[in-house]
Design a protein around this ligand. Structure first.
Ligand SMILES: NC(=O)c1ccc[n+]([C@@H]2O[C@H](COP(=O)([O-])OP(=O)(O)OC[C@H]3O[C@@H](n4cnc5c(N)ncnc54)[C@H](OP(=O)(O)O)[C@@H]3O)[C@@H](O)[C@H]2O)c1
Length: 282
């Protein structure tokens, strides 16, 4: 299959690339290619003629999105409009990676694929705009919502917790932000399985189980041999930031599970991640 991969230098893109080695891949990312440049994207897509576009390029800094919501909409909303138009132009399938931040976080159980969206921050609104364009411009699409990704290389929550524990000897972590920690390798494998089904639709792909940031941090410390580091529970009200995250936004995987695509519990995935050589050097 010929696959156009947007955002191939990012956390998920880098994780996906080795799993797609049997395919003919063209990766595009900043600064060489900008998805907000519609004419250039259309020309490149016409030239490459992909069967599938895996679209994960995005402005993912949630606080940056809060500070510049116009740019967030331009990249995540209208950039995705451009990618969908390019897919339509060459009759390619498209997979758009979206987020749990399309939900408002006021739920009391994990969000199902059919739950009503209601983003409460600029990042979530811009990603929901990307979902809208995908749904309305294409017939053959997957929308995959995921959450709290981490992988080797670059910034990620587990390495940040370990680094802070070693620097400061104690941590403050919020208890009232709850989600689905997800190992990008597990997500990437699930995406590869999903694109083989051609069962277009909306999916929630996250590691199984839920955790607060506090529980996630405690498990990171335990698994990395730092269980002795004291962690003080705080609430998000104590933690000033530009964006407001949805407080309770774990995702439930019903649709992919019905196709036989399951992700393991987040604790098992985290344990494997922390065995990676890059983690053992921390
Ligand atoms: N990370 C998470 O926890 C998480 C959770 C839920 C959903 N998601 C979604 O999953 C997808 C992948 O996330 P990720 O963590 O891999 O993100 P990432 O590491 O930030 O990677 C995104 C890539 O897209 C590039 N990009 C940004 N603007 C672009 C533009 N205008 N044109 C072309 N490329 C552009 C970025 O380049 P620069 O780095 O130079 O900006 C980066 O290489 C995103 O769609 C994100 O919304 C992520």
């Amino acid at each position: 299959m010929r696959i156009l991969l947007t955002g191939h230098k990012g956390l998920l893109g880098r994780t996906l690339l080795p799993l797609l080695a049997d395919h003919d891949i063209l990766g595009i990312d900043l600064p060489e290619h900008d998805i907000t440049d519609r004419a250039a994207l259309l020309a490149l897509t016409r030239d490459f003629r992909p069967d599938l576009i895996l679209h994960q390029a995005a402005f993912t800094n949630v606080d940056g999105c809060a500070r510049d919501p116009v740019l967030a909409y331009r990249v995540n909303g209208m950039g995705t409009q451009n990618v969908a138009l390019a897919a339509a132009e060459v009759d390619a399938e498209m997979l758009y990676v979206s987020t749990n931040e399309v939900f408002d976080g006021r739920a009391t159980e994990p969000y199902h694929e059919w739950a009503a969206t209601n983003p409460i921050n600029a990042y979530g609104r811009s990603k929901l705009a990307g979902e809208w364009y995908t749904r309305h411009l294409l017939r053959r699409f997957y929308i995959v919502r995921t959450a709290w990704l981490y992988a080797a290389g670059g910034r990620n929550f587990p390495h940040r917790i370990i680094a802070l524990a070693d620097e400061r000897g104690s941590l403050n972590v919020v208890t009232d932000e709850v989600g689905s920690p997800t190992y990008a390798v597990d997500l990437a494998q699930a995406l590869v399985a999903l694109i083989e089904t051609h069962a277009y639709g909306i999916y929630h792909l996250v590691n199984a189980g839920i955790a607060s940031r506090y529980e996630f941090a405690q498990e990171i410390l335990r698994l990395s041999g730092r269980a002795h580091v004291p962690v003080t529970p705080i609430t998000s009200a104590d933690f000033q930031r530009a964006s407001t995250p949805p407080l309770y936004a774990p995702l439930a995987n019903n649709a992919a599970a019905a196709l036989g695509i399951h992700l393991r519990p987040w604790q098992d995935a985290l344990a494997e991640f922390l065995q990676e050589p890059s983690c053992r050097e921390q």
